[in-house]
Write a protein that binds this ligand. Sequence first.
Ligand code: UDP
Length: 237
Amino acid sequence: MEKREQLYEGKAKRVYATDDPDLVIVSYKDDATAFDGLKKGTIVGKGAINNRMTNFLMKKLEASGVPTHFVEELNDRETLVRKVSIVPLEVIIRNVSAGSFAKRFGVEEGIEFSEPTIEFSYKNDDLHDPMINDYHAVALKLATWDELDLITRYAFAVNDLLKAEMRACGVRLVDFKLEFGKTSDGKIVLADEISPDTCRFWDMETNEKLDKDRFRRDLGNVEDAYHEMMKRVMGAE
Ligand code: UDP
């Protein structure tokens, strides 16, 4: 597999073309941003941790029936994935109140829901990723009803598997964000990443935060938290 020109640079990853038009290479950076890019920093080792944890979880998801873009881990930071066009929706699943949910509805963080919730944000930097409902997404042709139905089912299936994985290593899965893509043959697959950048992980015993909120809220020990999560999930250093 030959790595060719850079196609795209995002906040946390770069994407490169390959000699196969249906495959691209994602390269994870240590750069961290929050609050719409207003807060910037570096989390040393984050790129490798997010790359390896994402791949570890995507393989399990694939085996449990959720199709993903994952093809092959190339090295610590780089992974070969299927080229997709990203459905411009952030799909957010919540098991416990936190973050924008707590703020928007004026409730405290840490309230356990009896059932998980789903919501969508329209991925649009100029508009600051506003919350959007399914009718609006269809009206704007961001996805079809069938695609939204599939995305919703996959997202809850991801929650089931992820919740069980996390419970097994003493972690409470509070909420997370997924992105889906469409392959050249029109198939919807899970894309992007599943990592402490995109999930809220709380220690089951102490409720200590083991995710990007440590960076967002200047709680310190950011690198330690990412490392701790990788160790717990993958049993690896
Ligand atoms: N999230 C994300 N990218 C975003 C917005 C949210 O990965 O652009 C994740 C976030 O880490 C959390 C979940 O989605 O696990 C829900 O985030 P929330 O809506 O509470 O927003 P926040 O408080 O992070 O602004």
